[in-house]
Design a protein around this ligand. Sequence first.
Ligand SMILES: NC(=O)C1=CN([C@@H]2O[C@H](COP(=O)(O)OP(=O)(O)OC[C@H]3O[C@@H](n4cnc5c(N)ncnc54)[C@H](O)[C@@H]3O)[C@@H](O)[C@H]2O)C=CC1
Ligand SMILES: O=C(O)[C@H]1O[C@H](OP(=O)(O)OP(=O)(O)OC[C@H]2O[C@@H](n3ccc(=O)[nH]c3=O)[C@H](O)[C@@H]2O)[C@H](O)[C@@H](O)[C@@H]1O
Length: 472
Amino acid sequence: MHISVIGCGYLGAVHAACLAGAGHEVVGLDVDARKVAGLQAGEPLFHEPGLAGLLGRTVGHGLRFTTDPGTLGAAEVIYVAVGTPQLGDGQVGVGQVGTGHAGNRRATGNPAPDGSGAQGPVTAGRADLSQLDAALRQVEAHASRTHRTLVVGKSTVPVGTAARVAERLSQSDADLVVAWEPEFVREGHAIADIRAPARLVHGLPDDPEQARFARSQLARCHRGIDAATPRLAVDYATAELVKTSANAFLSTKISFINAMAELCDAAGADVTALADALGLDPRIGAGFLDAGIGFGGGCLPKDLRALQARAGELGAQPVAELLGRVDALNLRARDRATEALARLCGGSLAGRRVAILGAAFKPDSDDLRDSPALGIADRARAAGARVTITDPMATGGLRRLRADLEVVDDTLTAATDADVVALLTPWPHYLRLDPAELGEVVAHKALLDGRNALDPDEWKRAGWRYAGMGRR
Ligand SMILES: NC(=O)C1=CN([C@@H]2O[C@H](COP(=O)(O)OP(=O)(O)OC[C@H]3O[C@@H](n4cnc5c(N)ncnc54)[C@H](O)[C@@H]3O)[C@@H](O)[C@H]2O)C=CC1
Ligand SMILES: O=C(O)[C@H]1O[C@H](OP(=O)(O)OP(=O)(O)OC[C@H]2O[C@@H](n3ccc(=O)[nH]c3=O)[C@H](O)[C@@H]2O)[C@H](O)[C@@H](O)[C@@H]1O
């Protein structure tokens, strides 16, 4: 099957490689020529375990990457996996991809930036759909004029977007059918998650004939996936909401356990034991109950804020408030960690040296987007500390993005003369640190275990002052 994937970032590149691995003829399209050259050379510009090997086996054998949108004409299916980051102030949201619908514009009372006089939303937190808009322009210009093409949205979008995309593409002179297939992969596990998903959710058109076409094309795309995988056929809006509510639920679970960690700190209890006990109740489940410095990355925070904004636009204010509390609790974990650092330094971070181990938002990733570790680094610096930071995988990106930070290559250099060491991303490498060896180079043996990942007794026995997050 001939498939194009528009947008070859963390999601699209892995998706394209997995489709090619399953035997399809795949073209990955991106506007970033450096990214395309790296992928075509089998050397992705980001770290995802197994991706380089998979590219080595598939590039030139069914897979290629390009910046040429003219390649879209050959595709039977076009996946759209472009970014949908959080809008900055003063930009537009959902209305960007539409055909003039005023629905969400009424919500804010701000003028539309297209000069149309319509009312447009101008609030941070919404999804920025400008990449999606550009991708749709490419589809409109280059999709086949001789055969019908299925356009499948993979990007995470505010509810209502898919219907607008379908309405817009129905006005094209190409024969285009739209489906939305939200993606649930985790960075660091992307290949396994794509090959063996827990479920496939297909947002299909209302028109039965178009829906049949979409289902049969999607079934062909997924020929490598276990036939027993649950496949849920729903309408566009439900599919969009399954994705954003899944991420919101995971975020809520993390913020809940971090709220309990704060209570544990106040009451002298231990949140790790509490989470173990909660997790044994099958109705609760053990996943996503690791308390610490909270969630970050390119998805959970921005998806939570986009859903909050959308709930507000749709008039569901209590829902927006709930999601806002989850976000606030998440950011509060960063504040609490910074306060813990200050306590370990005797009450103030002014003039203190802080060594941060881990910059990526989680292990097995070099993704720095909305990283809690960087949030804490910035808070500590604002409180007067001198911060040195290291990470096994993310130092290259960190130096490029944050020239203001003191970035070093290894743990011992970071920790030399430190008044306090903070473990903020639980890379396996850090979990094996020797407290005695680290104790030789620091100025003071004080440790913040921001992910509750170390054995407190081992560190205390080696003479360290240990603080976790909600942990005795
Ligand atoms: N990162 C992940 O693991 C997951 C991401 N998602 C969603 O997938 C979408 C993509 O996420 P990421 O891959 O993390 O973003 P990303 O920012 O890493 O990748 C987006 C890519 O799209 C490219 N692009 C932008 N406009 C384009 C255009 N007009 N034509 C061709 N390429 C274009 C960019 O250059 C970039 O390489 C987002 O909506 C995200 O929420 C969903 C599940 C998992
Ligand atoms: O939409 C997305 O892009 C993806 O977002 C998350 O995946 P990901 O961002 O790769 O990372 P997670 O493993 O979910 O971790 C997110 C953040 O939560 C933190 N976390 C996770 C679990 C936990 O118990 N506690 C906790 O603080 C992690 O350290 C990390 O900062 C979801 O897990 C995926 O299902 C989803 O597809």
